[in-house]
Design a binder for this molecule. Structure first.
Ligand SMILES: Cc1cc2nc3c(=O)[nH]c(=O)nc-3n(C[C@H](O)[C@H](O)[C@H](O)COP(=O)(O)OP(=O)(O)OC[C@H]3O[C@@H](n4cnc5c(N)ncnc54)[C@H](O)[C@@H]3O)c2cc1C
Length: 390
């Protein structure tokens, strides 16, 4: 994966310090509003735009800061301290969308879409459908060439930011029959106001209130042939998989960042709550839960550092990204489970944050490749490497 060089260390450190303050002083206090409205409030979104958060991965030659991948993951780690809604609003633009544009878009597409990201456009990535998720190449959405345009028909499901995205990258079949290497799949850049595009209702989810998902329905949506990402049919699946490798690093960093918040909450409660005349933090069985969480968080930190520096050096990271995503997401749910346990009865009550941590962390094991799909990815790479070594 070709990488950008990133900001110089001093500028980046100053940015991270500002971001850390923004997370503590603006995002954390805005969490309740985001949960009540089930939207990131407009004023907070505007502040995120003003900080340039949506354009972080726009390369310098297109006017962006062009963070390197390891710098970007540091940003995600900081942001993930706050409720997931905030990261979710911007991380599709900075993650999958920026990567797909950077790696595979035509020059005209870069000139058109990078400025939108720099202005803070919320974007969405449409791969999953009602009948295809893990088996995403089995998608039914069609894009049929008609003169100098394509006509899109189909439905995409659970699309993050779908209800408010300004533009979409949509994966669709350009041939009815499936082709080797999934070359029947192409990617299209589709504006949110394209005639024939409609949005389903805002999904009701288990957790992550304020992070929004919904169906996107395409009924004879006509886009110019220039909307075909990269200008070549059959590259869409490859683009999606490359972008998802970065996405998995980002979900790993998110799960890790949120786990730090969860553990801080558990540690505070354990010191404040008294039982049998002493803070429950004095009891060794409670200490074991705190220590196990710390151990796992440290392990995920080490994995993230290794995977992100490999990615920054341009090394292939399919296996490492999958390992990190599986470990950090599974770990986050264990840490959240222990947090509920440490809170005792209060942990089961919606009025305390432990309860939402438990619900919020669950999805990390599902999207951008379920744990099972990533186990298959890791094992296949191991078997291939073994065969090559014979
Ligand atoms: C909150 C949220 C946000 C999302 N945002 C987006 C988005 O922005 N864009 C987008 O395109 N999609 C999005 N998704 C969809 C998400 O990526 C899919 O839900 C996920 O890939 C799983 O697909 P599925 O739901 O169809 O499950 P299925 O593929 O039906 O899987 C069901 C179960 O079967 C297992 N399974 C399936 N195949 C295998 C196999 N070969 N081996 C072993 N086990 C297997 C899975 O691991 C899982 O446990 C989002 C989902 C959620 C919940």
């Amino acid at each position: 994966m070709p990488e950008t060089t990133g900001l110089d260390a001093e500028t980046f450190d100053a940015f991270l310090n500002t971001l850390r303050r923004f997370v503590q002083e603006r995002l954390v206090p805005a969490e309740e509003r985001a949960f009540e409205e089930d939207f990131v409030p407009d004023d907070i979104l505007q502040e995120m735009r003003d900080m340039g958060l949506f354009g972080l991965m726009v390369p310098a030659e297109y006017g962006g800061p062009g963070l390197s991948i390891d710098q970007y993951l540091e940003v995600i780690l900081e942001l993930a301290w706050a409720a997931p809604a905030f990261r979710s609003a911007m991380a599709i633009s900075t993650g999958i969308i920026s990567t797909a544009l950077r790696l595979d878009a035509t020059e005209e597409q870069k000139q058109e879409y990078f400025p939108k990201l720099l202005e803070g456009a919320i974007a969405a990535f449409c791969l999953t459908e009602p009948d295809s998720g893990s088996d995403s190449a089995a998608m039914k959405t069609r894009a049929v060439k008609d003169g100098d345009s394509y006509v899109l028909n189909g439905t995409k499901r659970y699309i993050t930011n779908g209800p408010r995205a300004e533009f979409f990258i949509v994966l669709a079949r350009t041939t009815a029959e499936s082709l080797p290497s999934n070359r029947h799949v192409s990617a299209f850049l589709v504006p949110g106001d394209a005639p024939g595009l409609s949005r389903g209702k805002h999904d009701k989810k288990m957790g992550q209130k304020g992070a929004i998902t919904g169906d996107i329905i395409f009924e004879d949506v006509r886009v110019p042939a220039t909307a075909l990402l990269g200008g070549v049919e059959g590259l869409g699946f490859k683009t999606a998989m490359k972008a998802l490798d970065g996405g998995r690093l980002s979900v790993g960093a998110t799960a890790l960042g949120y786990s730090r918040r969860v553990l801080a909450s558990a540690l505070r409660y354990a010191n404040e709550r008294k039982a049998f005349g002493a803070p429950i933090a004095n009891f060794q069985l409670v200490q074991a839960m705190l220590a196990d969480s710390k151990i796992e968080i440290y392990a995920a930190e080490c994995m993230l550092r290794d995977a992100s520096s490999r990615a920054a050096r341009g090394e292939p990271i399919v296996t490492e990204a999958a390992c990190l995503k599986v470990f950090a997401s599974e770990m986050a749910t264990r840490v959240a489970d222990r947090c509920v346990q440490i809170y005792g009865g209060a942990g089961y009550m919606a009025e305390y944050e432990a309860e939402r941590f438990y619900r919020d962390t669950r999805v990390y094991r599902i999207y951008e490749g379920t744990t099972q799909i990533l186990q298959v990815v890791i094992a296949k790479a191991m078997i291939k490497e073994y065969a090559a070594s014979l």
